[in-house]
Design a protein. Structure first.
Length: 274
C-alpha cells in the first residue's frame, strides 16, 4: 500500500507514499493503525495538513481528548500548542507517557511540526514492550500484580510553582485527582505486556514502603530508556509523528535554545477498560 522504512530495531518506522492532505480510504486508515500497533511510533514527512485534517487524522483512531494545561489552536480546542521560545522555554525534560494522570490515558497522539530549530530539537521514543521483555522472569512476576499512583499535580509541579500557577491550574488540579494504574499493562490490541510507569507522573507503588517504592521506580525509569529500546526522530517542517501512548514513552531533547520550536498535538481518547 505504501513504503515502510523501520528506523530502529525496537520501534519506529517512517511511512512513505501516502498523502495525508487527501481523503483517505478506510483501508488506508486501517493499515496506518495496524502499523502503529506493530511499530509503536510512525512518522510522515512533508505533510502540510490543515487543522481540520489534523483533527480528522486523529479521529480515525477514535474520539479525541483535550488537555487541561495547554493553549489550543483557534477553533480547534482539541489541538494543543507545544511551543518553546527563548522567553518561555519548554519545561518537559523527562521521559514520560502522556496524561497518565487520567483514569483513561490517551490511546496515542498525532503530533505535527510547524516551526523547527535549525539544529537540535529531536524527540526520542522508547518501547515499553521491549523494556518489559528485557526484564528477568522473576522481576516480571514481582511487578505483575502491583499498581502505581499517577498525579497531575506531580507532573506539573514546576508550572504550579510559577507565579499565578496555582490559580491558573486550579480547575485542572480539581478535575484530575491522583489515579492508580497497573505497573504492568496488557496492550489491548497487541496483547503484549508493557511497563506502565513514568518519571513525570508516577509518584509511588501502592502498598510498598516508600524506600522500596522509590528504588523500584528508579530502576524501572533507568531500565526503560536503555538505548536498545529507543529510537530518535529529527523534525523537519510538516513532519508528523503518531505514537501509541499505551506502549511507549517519549522525551523531547531540549538542545536547541534559544531557537523557536512549535508543534501541535491531538491526543486520542484512551481504551476503556484496560
Amino acid at each position: 500500500m505504501f513504503e515502510v522504512k523501520p528506523i530502529a530495531a525496537a520501534l519506529g518506522a517512517e511511512l512513505h507514499g501516502v498523502d495525508l492532505c487527501q481523503d483517505l480510504s478506510e483501508e488506508v486508515y486501517a493499515e496506518i493503525r495496524r502499523l502503529l500497533v506493530e511499530y509503536q511510533v510512525i512518522f510522515f514527512r512533508d505533510q502540510d495538513i490543515s487543522p481540520a485534517q489534523h483533527k480528522a487524522l486523529a479521529e480515525s483512531f477514535g474520539p479525541v481528548q483535550t488537555h487541561p494545561a495547554y493553549e489550543t489552536v483557534d477553533g480547534f480546542p482539541e489541538i494543543t500548542i507545544l511551543e518553546s521560545t527563548p522567553e518561555k522555554p519548554s519545561k518537559i525534560e523527562v521521559w514520560h507517557s502522556d496524561m497518565t494522570f487520567r483514569k483513561h490515558p490517551p490511546l496515542g497522539s498525532v503530533l505535527r511540526s510547524k516551526i523547527c530549530p535549525p539544529k537540535g530539537g529531536d524527540t526520542m521514543w522508547a518501547s515499553m514492550t521491549a523494556a518489559y521483555n528485557g526484564l528477568s522472569k522473576d522481576m516480571q512476576k514481582f511487578l505483575s500484580n502491583l499498581e502505581a499512583e499517577h498525579d497531575f499535580s506531580y507532573g506539573f509541579k514546576e508550572s504550579l510553582a510559577e507565579p499565578g500557577g496555582k490559580e491558573r491550574l486550579a480547575k485542572a488540579v480539581e478535575d484530575n485527582p491522583p489515579v492508580q494504574h497497573p505497573v504492568i499493562r496488557i496492550h489491548p490490541e497487541s496483547n503484549q505486556k508493557v511497563i506502565f510507569v513514568n518519571a513525570l507522573f508516577t509518584t509511588k507503588i501502592i502498598g510498598l514502603p516508600a524506600k522500596e517504592s522509590s528504588a523500584i521506580l528508579q530502576f524501572l525509569y533507568d531500565h526503560v530508556i536503555t538505548a536498545e529500546y529507543t529510537c530518535r526522530f529529527k523534525w523537519e517542517p510538516n513532519s508528523i509523528a503518531i505514537w501509541d501512548n499505551r506502549s511507549t514513552q517519549h522525551k523531547p531533547i531540549n538542545d536547541y535554545f534559544p531557537s523557536h520550536r512549535l508543534l501541535q498535538r491531538v491526543a486520542i481518547d484512551g481504551d476503556k477498560p484496560y
